[in-house]
Design a protein around this ligand. Structure first.
Ligand code: ZN
Length: 116
């Protein structure tokens, strides 16, 4: 898989592009004739603040994300990725460092998860 990521339009219909990178600290896509994404997709950075599961080509809605929940999820995601960055890159654990690491890892080139 070249880019190790999926992009979809937000399920609420707001038109936002939702990027879900794949990996041990990111999302898992399952295709069995239908598409599922795990964990949930939380669009706390978007005005709609939608939150949903993609399960077997269906959208299962969850309550909208509060600003506080979005901050907590972002911090947790950031921490998980910093731990996963090899030591030589740990000093570059800024947003740019993480993007660079992702680009390197996917040999080409890269929301928040709320529920596991
Ligand atoms: Zn939306």
């Amino acid at each position: 898989m070249q880019f190790e990521t999926a992009v979809h339009l937000c399920a609420c219909g707001c038109g936002s592009k939702v990027v879900t990178p794949f990996g041990p600290h990111d999302w898992t896509l399952t295709f069995d004739g239908t598409v599922s994404l795990r964990p949930s997709v939380g669009n706390g950075q978007q005005q709609c603040r939608s939150h949903y599961y993609v399960r077997s080509d269906r959208i299962d809605w969850l309550p909208r994300i509060s600003a506080a929940a979005s901050r907590v999820a972002s911090s947790r995601d950031r921490a998980a990725h910093i731990e996963a960055i090899p030591q030589p890159l740990a000093g570059q654990a800024s947003w740019w460092g993480r993007i660079w690491y992702r680009m390197q890892r996917s040999s080409g080139t890269s929301r928040s998860k709320l529920d596991e």
